[in-house]
Design a protein around this ligand. Structure first.
Ligand SMILES: CC(C)(COP(=O)(O)OP(=O)(O)OC[C@H]1O[C@@H](n2cnc3c(N)ncnc32)[C@H](O)[C@@H]1OP(=O)(O)O)[C@@H](O)C(=O)NCCC(=O)NCCS
Length: 200
């Protein structure tokens, strides 16, 4: 919650909910929000994820510090039919921008969406003027809608068959130069009951 307060200025132009940050100081409210996210996850209403950096292990096997919260992403069942398509959203903490971390997290969620949830389509909705946001779907092979929809939003789409073609193409090009496998870091995704869903 502190991350939202610290990142308020850079989130506000694109995420109006960031202005309501007064309640984030309230411990009871924080717990309520966390339970709400958890319930949504369990009931399949929404799949919000935190993005955490795990500190390097020391030689004696001890972790150096606690995991660091660097941003948030999510699979949102807002598109019909709900069992076939979802939207991916994301934001990063202001101290962790431009390190490729958001791209890595979204790349992993794309794999979860197609390989784990067996979706047919993933979308990213981005305001036309939000250039920083649009670089992410562009880099991951999503295709933009020809015209902005209502509220000046560009819908970026990736279909399952194109995702599979991309994987095959990169695999054929070079086993060592696979844009879809050659990630920055070892990335793991867990459901809120602790089940690992990525790598699938
Ligand atoms: C949109 C947003 C999440 C992007 O975050 P980010 O930290 O800049 O994202 P990334 O780091 O993954 O990618 C950005 C840059 O990191 C660079 N980068 C740095 N090191 C990298 C590495 N090792 N590997 C890959 N990319 C790297 C990339 O090249 C990229 O720059 P480019 O687009 O000029 O090529 C962030 O600006 C944000 O939180 N915005 C406000 C909320 C928002 O708009 N959300 C989206 C609503 S649709």
């Amino acid at each position: 919650m502190l991350a939202i307060k610290e990142s308020r200025d850079h989130l506000l132009p694109w995420m109006p909910w960031a202005k309501d940050d007064q309640h984030l100081d309230n411990e009871e409210m924080k717990q309520m929000l966390i339970s709400m996210f958890s319930e949504q996850f369990h009931s399949g209403l929404d799949y919000p994820y935190g993005i955490f950096l795990r500190p390097p292990q020391l030689t004696d096997g001890q972790q150096q510090h606690q995991e660091v919260f660097v941003g948030s992403t999510g699979l949102h069942p807002r598109i019909e039919p709900k069992n076939e398509a979802m939207e991916i959203g994301y934001w990063m903490h202001v101290d962790h921008l431009n390190r490729g971390l958001c791209t890595e997290a979204v790349r992993a969620l794309v794999c979860v969406g197609f390989d784990h949830l067996r979706l047919k389509t993933l979308e990213i909705h981005s305001e036309r003027n939000n250039q920083l946001s649009q670089r992410i779907p562009k880099r991951l092979g999503f295709q933009p809608s020809a015209h902005p929809s209502e509220h000046d939003v560009i819908v970026w789409t990736l279909h399952r068959e194109d995702y599979i073609k991309m994987l095959e193409h990169h695999h054929d090009q070079s086993q060592n130069d696979n844009q879809w496998n050659n990630t920055l870091a070892t990335l793991e995704i867990f459901d809120d009951d602790g089940t690992r869903v990525y790598p699938c």
